[in-house]
Ligand binder design. Sequence first.
Ligand code: ZN
Ligand code: FE
Length: 257
Amino acid sequence: MNIIRIPVLNDNYIFLLHDRDSNTVAVVDPAVAKPVLAKIKELDAKLVAIFNTHHHSDHIGGNKELLKHFPEAVVYGGKEDKGRIPQQKYFLTEGDVVEFAGRKANVYFVPGHTKAHIAYYFPSVEDTQSGELFCGDTLFAGGCGRLFEGTPTQMVDSLTKLRNLPDSTRVWCAHEYTLSNLKFALTVDVDNQELQKRFRQVTLEREKYIPTVPSTIKVEKLTNPFLRWDSSGIKSSMALEEPARVFGRLRGMKDNF
Ligand code: ZN
Ligand code: FE
């Protein structure tokens, strides 16, 4: 399974999963259809599945148009998103398994950004230490999604599920927000050397417009303050202990950063 990243709109990423053997394609969070159709044409492939993480327009905007061209493609989304995702056929929840081209993906229910948000995790077929995580707007490189329809407690639970994935898991988040996320991170995790190193690296990458997605779970655990509510540095800078309260204060500060 080859993963192709398509940058669209201001800062969104659409991900195309391409299986060379069957020459089929699945797409994760198609904000728009045009560049996806162009890429599929270039590959001379066929679209069989749309994996939506949540109902926001910058994640589903291309569904309708893609289905016009590929009426047999199947739309997956969260159970709680019923009525909010165009042409949704499957209503997924925690523990469900979906398949693309013989590869299985585990579904995680990760509410917080929205009440229905799900993530798709394709474990590696070669080893148990890696995989591909498509987490929409729940976990970002260096940050996390805003709490539009959920609580800090829910988001901590959701992020805990993702944090428990293997270290080498690649994190394919839906936005290129990394540099601004890390600027905020530096203000709340001041003694974190790994974070400082990452900030320097990402600054250089973004000067050349190099994408910083995918990241890995390992890097996120070391440098993303929204996965570090139980680290001594974050706890002391928030002057709080309890995970949901630490997280809530952190999220509130980021909202106003
Ligand atoms: Zn969103
Ligand atoms: Fe988004």
